[in-house]
Design a protein around this ligand. Structure first.
Ligand code: ZN
Length: 293
């Protein structure tokens, strides 16, 4: 069974959590939760395979599918600049990345979660990646600050990590897309409610892919800073829902601050978008080479 089978990864933890919540008192629940995490983390063969790798007929692992996820879309514009919005910039960079990957790495299967101005729920984006057994999930976004015109510039790379106070600003902003969805509390296990236990079990999956996500993030950060000479906050761990629900290494790329005039110009220019795309491709090539060595 592939490690990233969406049905297996999506249903088991939720079912277990609901059963725990319904039938057991808090202390018993805590013990059961610990056992569940230990079970999922190592004892179950379905989850014990190498993450994010696909086995071919010779038994060798091949890196063959990348999912590109342009953030937001449709009724969810994302962050705003003076004259552009995040959903359009993310889609434009996503399509350029798809075309460049098809051109430069033709053996890799590239799948988009959206290629038009369409609203797609976060869990569906993760499902697309899970169902296609993707080896890497790349979500493309723009950063922003609370000010109308911001002074901060540059990139930031988010990977899924356990929630940490004071590092949650970007995750909260990116997760806010779910408030555009119906029944979001049901779909995201009561996100925003008292659902810490559910979150912990789901997070146990993404933690399996942490090492590869960090590797890819650091390779990309080097490209952004050293090759392109752009500022970057670097790789951060935050509770990003779209990454939490995807069963493979993944990164949410904040490509720049859309409410900063210089970054907004860069993010909307062909030159800036192509530079970002080529940096992502160089990082993918280096990351992929690490798999084959
Ligand atoms: Zn975003």
């Amino acid at each position: 069974m592939p490690a990233n089978n969406s049905k297996t990864q999506g249903l088991y933890p939720k079912t277990i959590v609901y059963l725990c919540a319904m039938f057991f008192k808090p202390l018993t629940r805590a013990v059961l939760l610990s056992c569940t995490i230990l079970f999922l983390a190592g004892a179950c063969p379905a989850f014990a395979q190498s993450p994010g790798k696909t086995e071919d007929s010779t038994g060798a692992f091949r890196f063959k599918t990348i999912v590109i996820d342009p953030g937001h879309g449709g009724k969810d514009p994302g962050a705003h600049g003076a004259y552009s919005n995040e959903k359009a910039v993310a889609l434009s960079i996503g399509k350029k990345l798809r075309d460049a990957l098809n051109d430069q790495l033709p053996n890799i299967n590239v799948i988009m979660t959206r290629s038009t101005d369409k609203f797609i729920e976060l869990h569906n984006r993760a499902e697309i990646a899970n169902e296609n057994k993707a080896n890497l999930f790349i979500s493309i976004h723009c950063n922003s600050t609370p000010q109308r015109v911001g002074t901060r510039r540059g990139a930031m790379l988010l990977l899924y990590g356990f929630h940490r106070k004071q590092e949650q600003l970007e995750a909260l902003r990116e997760n806010a897309s779910i408030y555009q969805e119906k029944d979001y509390q049901k779909k995201y296990n009561g996100y925003g409610e008292d659902a810490a236990m559910n979150a912990i079990v789901l997070a146990a999956f993404q933690q399996r892919y942490r090492k590869q996500s960090v590797q890819f993030g650091e390779l990309l950060n080097t490209e952004f800073t050293e090759t392109d000479g752009r500022p970057s906050v670097g790789v951060k761990e935050q509770g990003v829902l779209v990454l939490q629900q995807s069963g493979m290494p993944g990164l949410l790329i904040e490509t720049g601050f859309i409410n900063n005039p210089d970054d907004e110009r860069y993010l909307n220019s062909d030159e800036g978008q192509n530079q970002i795309v080529q940096s992502i491709i160089r990082a993918i090539k280096k990351y992929k080479a690490g798999f084959n060595s």
